[in-house]
Design a protein around this ligand. Sequence first.
Ligand code: URA
Length: 233
Amino acid sequence: MRLDQYIANSSELSRKDARRVIMGGRVSVNGARCKSARAHVGERDEIMLDDRLLTLPGDLYLMMNKPVGVISATTDSSQPTALDLLPADLSRHVHIAGRLDKDTTGLLLLTSDGQWSHLVTSPRRDCPKTYRVQLAEPLAPEARGQLEHGILLKDASKPTLPAKVTMRSQKEIDLTISEGRYHQVKRMLAAVGNHVEGLHRLQIGAIALDPALAPGQYRRLTEEEINSVTDPA
Ligand code: URA
């Protein structure tokens, strides 16, 4: 949509006022000042009026490349959280759909839409999640078989669902699991006598981490990504 339309839709300004603030050099698109009301902007662009981030009404859907050392919580007085990495205009509206451990990096989804996040995390949907895993020891063929077959974790009443293993090297695998049990990947690898040294989430369902996002960066999800999460019922 045109920049003046975007501003009119996302603020109290009329289209005419929007053109005025654009001409006055008060608007930036992705960090660069933009003086053209006709410039085309889309859902992935970051539009600022002075130092205010303008967002279109409706729910927010974001992906972040979570860095190491950041916790997946809304607030914490002593440790940095994923929400601290967002501007306040966004962080006040969103929650995390599917947590990662503090030392795990990669794809984190954040949204203001409670129903959508429920669909992402619901055990009923068995949404596949792919992790790149750095291992302490080479993965033995029997261990791979156990992961692919399903294993009974300590203190669990039923085995894990079959996982998919792609060997990238002896000590690096891509592991796809369809559940979200507590510390699941680390516990699965521990159960086969190995140890996770690095864990990075690459994909949740059809939503893949955007390789253009450096650790700590985020972007809005596209319509296609948002709509890829559907209710199986
Ligand atoms: N499994 C884990 O063990 N940790 C994570 O952060 C995600 C999946």
